[in-house]
Design a protein around this ligand. Structure first.
Ligand code: GRF
Length: 205
């Protein structure tokens, strides 16, 4: 089977992107990170991509006329990489419908909470504030709403009495990297099947 062409979208640190790239390099994932699209010129993920020798495209909102223009430029850039899979990895924007339609069932995201709880920003803070005793991370296909779309996998982590947003975020992040790699591995092996809201292929007994 040909290696899948994986395009990363990221806005900041890029530790999930690093985990995916590492898994592609060491052969866990039958794929290759072929590019990074980033909406912040000073994001750490761009330094990582330089180290990997992977091309990057920076599109900043402030350089665009409006949201529609930004979405157009993002779509054009994404198409230019001809990806089989787009991994949102700490990408802090909602994807335009133009992108979602052009890459149907090919865009996945990781969210630091057990969806459908705590959508949107500061999911770990939301969890601490809500007093839940279990949170975690979710990897899902990207739909047109905020943090919706068919769930591929979830990993639970405990929330302790003295947790802060930061301590919980660290504990969740440790689970994010292997969870995202497992999903990308399954995707690149053509093991995921989507039927409506249900994704199968990773959670068998
Ligand atoms: C992660 O917690 C991810 O779940 C969320 O943003 C954070 C990005 O971290 N969407 P990194 O950039 O992958 O290090």
């Amino acid at each position: 089977m040909n290696k899948k062409r994986i395009l990363i979208f990221a806005s900041g640190r890029g530790s999930n992107a690093e985990a995916i790239h590492e898994a592609a390099i060491n052969g866990t994932v039958n794929g290759e990170v072929i590019g990074v699209i980033c909406d912040h010129a000073d994001a750490q993920v761009l330094k990582r991509a330089e180290r990997w020798n992977v091309p990057t495209t920076v599109i900043e909102m402030k350089a665009c006329r409006d949201k529609a223009d930004f979405n157009e430029k993002i779509l054009e850039a994404a198409k230019s990489y001809n990806p089989d899979l787009i991994c949102l990895a700490g990408y802090m924007r909602i994807c335009g419908e133009n992108l979602i339609n052009a890459f149907e069932n090919k865009i996945i995201n990781i969210h630091p909470a057990l969806l459908p709880s705590f959508r949107g920003l500061h999911a770990q803070r939301q969890a601490v504030e809500a007093g839940v005793k279990v949170s975690g991370c979710t990897v899902h296909f990207v739909g047109t709403g905020l943090d919706d779309g068919p769930i591929i996998t979830q990993v639970a982590v405990p929330v302790y009495d003295d947790d802060t947003e930061d301590t919980l975020a660290d504990r969740i992040l440790q689970q994010e990297h292997p969870a995202y790699v497992r999903v990308v591995t399954a995707y690149c092996a053509d093991e995921l099947k989507i039927a409506g809201h249900h994704v199968s292929g990773m959670h068998t007994k």
